[in-house]
Design a protein around this ligand. Structure first.
Ligand SMILES: [Zn+2]
Ligand SMILES: [Zn+2]
Length: 342
């Protein structure tokens, strides 16, 4: 099959012909119809040695099952060729406590897709695990199934944060993670969803993804702007930027007892002042991936027409265009989510 392979930091991926993946027992083989380009992919390729040469990246993908490994079955019976599905980017053991609770990405024996263990979706074919694979509703095109993953990230972040009904939230950063957090915060009962981002095109998107109020932090101070929208300081704030310093910025404006949920997955060392956290008894919490339940609710909401991720999709490209597009996304851009359709 043809696949975009990582070469080394500082060089674009290369399209190569590699062996077709073969589904093992309990696995399915997907013809990839769509795979989202994720900021994590961009960042991880900049960390020297984090990704091996030849790795096929891409962890936000969906497609059509073209081969079924021995015994691979979904919740409603065996998977079949032709099933349209999305899959979580990993294959778990299926028998540990994490797996049984639905926290399949927390399985200690997880093999991760798209970062080395298992080839990802920047290719014509990719493997999915039976427990990690989900049928797409009729109303979701196969390529658009790639959007389930980033939506589930946002849902999980809001869930982990323990959002209360009627709470006002601050979302700092309106990239795909911030947008997904904002839209779920709205659906799950937030009163005000105040989104801050210096880029106008990202604020415009946030307005379509649940934001009730928008802040341009290059023009106004975060705290007075949030107070103007809600009448108080932010007691629950989501860090969705992934750059050093943002957690501390939020801590400085947070009131006593506030919680900061860091979902930005910063890949550099960050620093903060414990005194600020201590004096205000702040909680700093992190989250990672999602659970099966997050995929199930995301898919149910898509099926019910209560969630539309497509405004996030700013471009669709073929596999050959991926290496160039990937490099362009390293620089400031007006793109939000780019979907590769191999
Ligand atoms: Zn991602
Ligand atoms: Zn397990």
């Amino acid at each position: 099959m043809r696949a975009a392979c990582f070469v080394e930091s500082g060089k674009p991926m290369e399209i190569m012909t590699v062996a077709d993946p073969a589904p093992g027992p309990g696995e399915v083989l997907l013809r990839v119809k769509g795979c989202g380009i994720c900021g994590s992919d961009l960042h991880v390729t900049e960390l020297g040695g984090a990704v091996r040469r030849g790795t096929v990246m891409g962890h936000e993908f969906a497609g059509e099952i073209v081969a079924v490994g021995r015994g691979a079955k979904g919740p409603n019976g065996p998977w079949r060729e032709g099933d349209r599905v999305c899959t979580m980017p990993g294959i778990s053991c299926g028998s540990c406590l994490a797996c049984l609770s639905g926290d399949v990405m927390g399985c200690p024996r997880l093999r991760v897709t798209g970062f080395g263990d298992i080839g990802g979706g920047y290719a014509e074919y990719a493997i999915g695990g039976e427990r990690m694979t989900f049928r797409l509703p009729d109303c979701v095109a196969s390529a658009d199934g790639a959007m389930v993953e980033p939506l589930a990230v946002g849902l999980h972040a809001v869930d982990v944060a323990g959002l209360s009904t009627g709470e006002d939230v601050l979302v700092v950063g309106a990239g795909p993670v911030g947008l997904a957090v904002a839209v779920w915060a709205k659906i799950l009962g937030a009163r005000k969803v105040v989104v801050s981002d210096p880029a106008g095109h990202r604020r415009a998107l946030a307005a379509k993804f649940g934001a009730t109020d928008l802040i341009d932090p290059s023009r106004e101070e975060l705290l007075p702007a949030f107070e103007r929208a809600t009448g108080h300081a932010p007691r629950l704030a989501f860090e969705c930027v992934g750059r050093p310093g943002v957690v501390q910025q939020i801590a400085q404006i947070a009131p006593r007892g506030a919680k900061i949920l860091s979902a930005g997955m910063c890949m550099a060392l960050d620093s903060y002042m414990p005194l600020v956290f201590g004096a205000k008894e702040l909680t700093l919490q992190f989250c990672s991936y999602y659970r099966r339940q997050d995929y199930e609710l995301t898919l149910a909401m898509l099926e019910a027409g209560r969630l539309d991720p497509l405004p996030m999709v700013t471009d669709r490209i073929g596999l050959d265009a991926l290496p160039g597009a990937f490099e362009r996304l390293r620089k400031p851009t007006t793109e939000c989510k780019v979907i590769v359709e191999p």
